[in-house]
Design a protein around this ligand. Structure first.
Ligand SMILES: [Ca+2]
Ligand SMILES: [Ca+2]
Ligand SMILES: [Ca+2]
Length: 227
């Protein structure tokens, strides 16, 4: 009798938790493209507390050790680099005095030792054609891919009016992001952090509360039969 009641409670809570997890964490949310001239243009609400865990502006000449790139290298600060505008100290319509990442289509993969980012972004600064942005989860499975036309301004002279933020959020963790046009591109401000947790861990919370209900029911039953 007691065992049956406990089993019933546990079965119910397992069903409920599985349904909630499915409904709340299976979809990635893509952000952007939005204009970006400095880190203050990170969209509000993208990161927990509006602060990334890491933002690499590449101005030290190298990519942070917690990120690997499938190809490309740091470019600038000479020539026609298209850095994020503010990186050279002046928001003046040009990024030529800053540093960017120059490559073909490139995948940035999180290689750090901490928990996977749940918010991951990059700023596209130069290139031509259709821009495609995609991401993968912890197992390397696609979280979706989105394409955008009409963004490039048609010049490779380091102008920043066409620079755009691309981001993705996924509560289950993001392993990598990929951005490209099929031709040469420049990107900058590779960044990641944790998303705002609007839905707190439904599985563990529900298991705990329903588990407690089961224990209470069990104790009540025992009490009534022993007295
Ligand atoms: Ca500038
Ligand atoms: Ca830069
Ligand atoms: Ca640009």
């Amino acid at each position: 009798m007691h065992k049956l009641k406990i089993m019933t409670a546990l079965t119910g809570c397992l069903f409920a938790s599985a349904n909630m997890a499915h409904a709340t964490s299976s979809t990635a949310i893509f952000w952007g493209p939005t204009p970006y001239l400095s880190s203050s243009d990170i969209p509000a609400g993208f990161y927990l507390g509006d602060n990334p865990v890491l933002l690499d502006n590449l101005e030290d000449g190298s990519l942070d050790a917690s990120i690997s790139a499938s190809n490309g290298s740091v470019y600038g600060p000479t020539g026609i680099a298209d850095s994020v505008d503010a990186d050279d100290g002046n928001i003046d319509g040009f990024g030529t005095a800053g540093r960017s990442w120059f490559s073909g289509t490139v995948t940035f993969t999180y290689t750090g030792s901490g928990p996977l980012p749940t918010a991951f972004g990059v700023v596209w600064t130069d290139g031509s054609g259709t821009i495609t942005f995609s991401a993968t989860d912890a197992l390397g499975q696609s979280l979706g891919s989105q394409s955008y036309t009409g963004i490039p301004d048609g010049t490779f002279g380091g102008t920043t009016g066409d620079d755009r933020f691309f981001g993705v959020q996924f509560a289950g963790g993001i392993k990598s992001i990929t951005i490209g046009t099929g031709g040469g591109i420049e990107v900058d401000h590779i960044q990641y952090g944790q998303m705002v947790s609007s839905v707190p861990e439904p599985t563990s919370a529900l298991m705990l509360s329903l588990g407690l209900l089961g224990v209470v029911g069990y104790r009540r039953t025992r009490k009534s039969t022993t007295e």
